[in-house]
Write a protein that binds this ligand. Structure first.
Ligand code: GMT
Length: 375
């Protein structure tokens, strides 16, 4: 199949999932065309089956806000015509599904179906804002198929948007050969001494991730045992987190590593991963840690309980419950046998439920169904 994929190319879960999906589809013999304003972060070099088309947004003094949605629709249409695309697959509803809707309407000589994958805040935050709700609902109803990355998100979409459209669940996935347990000793040595435990947090440091809570949890852990914290990623709450680290005299124990690409190497040098978010529709990073055999301590919110089993692969605790999360982290960090067992369970769960080889065929089946239905 010839598939056009649109996503936010920046550091973030939806872009990562869309890019990994494109790479996997290309490896399975499909022609994949990424259409976005920049090369997606995890995209490898273009190849025979993997292409990138940049959306250029012309500016003009009259435009306070350059119309990206329209430029994207034009580009989708052009790529569909020039590359004979079979379908478009957009990740994150706003504004991508509206652009796909326009591109489909522009192509009058044949059908150009589009699939929308909902990732989370496109529904729970942005989509529900009254200024975007009607257009988000419209673009969902107009999509030829809609998927959500968890049962939780599918239910919220149906309940809040009152859409008649089927919102089927295709969970996020991970490449279990890339994210796999590895000897993190070498990387560990750069940050911690042998007797110290290592905790990690990985996100876009947006308020929803509760980055200050990560520091609070680590502070409580650090009072009890020698430990280091790796802060991977960047975003608006990095400044407050750095300030908290200074205030709490943790400067030598916390490493802000910024945006990283080979995150599996860093995850593998951690003993536990902290994800105390206020909301996660899935929590891709929790899955990445589990695939590496690293137990997760996270909030019992959104789709996270569909990924992490409390007391088996890690621990779930009430959001903002920094005391409880610190206690759970200490339980893992002070009991090597428990850490091992939880890590093994997480790896097994990733292998049995969330590896690319299990999930990519679900997208292929969906594409085939959509193409048949639009004959
Ligand atoms: O966090 C966002 O604002 C959007 C999005 C992203 O691009 O990172 O995150 C969502 O999609 C990820 C990939 O499907 C999920 O793993 C995240 O849980 C989800 N974020 C939220 O629901 C807050």
């Amino acid at each position: 199949m010839k598939i056009g994929i649109t996503c936010y190319p920046t550091y973030g879960g939806s872009g990562v999932v869309a890019t990994e999906l494109g790479l996997e589809l290309a490896a399975r013999g499909h022609d994949v065309h990424f259409i976005s304003y920049a090369t997606p972060v995890r995209m490898t070099s273009p190849s025979e089956r993997l292409h990138f088309h940049e959306v250029e947004v012309m500016n003009y003094p009259l435009f306070d806000h350059p119309p990206y949605t329209l430029a994207l629709a034009s580009k989708m249409y052009n790529v569909a015509v020039n590359e004979s695309l079979d379908l478009l697959h957009v990740h994150y509803a706003i504004p991508h599904s509206v652009s796909a809707y326009l591109a489909r309407a522009m192509l009058k000589t044949r059908k150009l179906p589009f699939v929308t994958t909902l990732h989370g805040t496109d529904i729970t935050l942005v989509g529900m804002d009254r200024s975007y709700l009607p257009i988000t609902r419209f673009s969902i109803e107009e999509s030829d198929a809609v998927t959500a990355i968890s049962e939780y998100l599918s239910k919220v979409t149906r309940d809040e948007f009152q859409v008649r459209t089927r919102v089927e669940v295709i969970p996020n996935f991970v490449n279990c050969n890339v994210f796999q347990p590895a000897d993190g000793a070498c990387c560990r040595k750069m940050f911690a001494a042998n007797h110290e435990r290592v905790l990690a947090h990985l996100s876009n440091f947006r308020p929803v991730k509760r980055v200050p809570d990560v520091i609070e949890i680590f502070h409580r852990v650090r009072r009890e045992i020698p430990a280091k914290l790796l802060m991977i990623g960047d975003g608006p709450d990095r400044t407050i987190a750095e300030w908290m680290v200074r205030e709490k005299n943790l400067t030598g124990d916390v490493f802000f590593l910024g945006k990283q690409n080979q995150v599996q190497d860093l995850i593998n040098c951690a003993d536990t991963l902290l994800l105390p978010s206020d909301l996660e529709s899935f929590g891709l990073v929790a899955l990445e840690a589990m695939a590496c055999g690293v137990p997760v301590v996270c909030s019992r919110v959104g789709g996270l309980p569909e990924v992490v089993r409390d007391g088996i692969d890690g621990f779930l605790a009430p959001p903002r419950g920094v005391e409880a999360m610190a206690a759970k982290a200490l339980e893992i960090l002070t009991d090597p046998a428990k850490r091992e067992a939880m890590g093994r369970a997480g790896r097994e769960r990733a292998l049995s439920h969330f590896c690319s080889d299990k999930i990519i065929p679900l997208y292929e089946q969906l594409y085939r169904r959509v193409l048949e239905n639009s004959q």
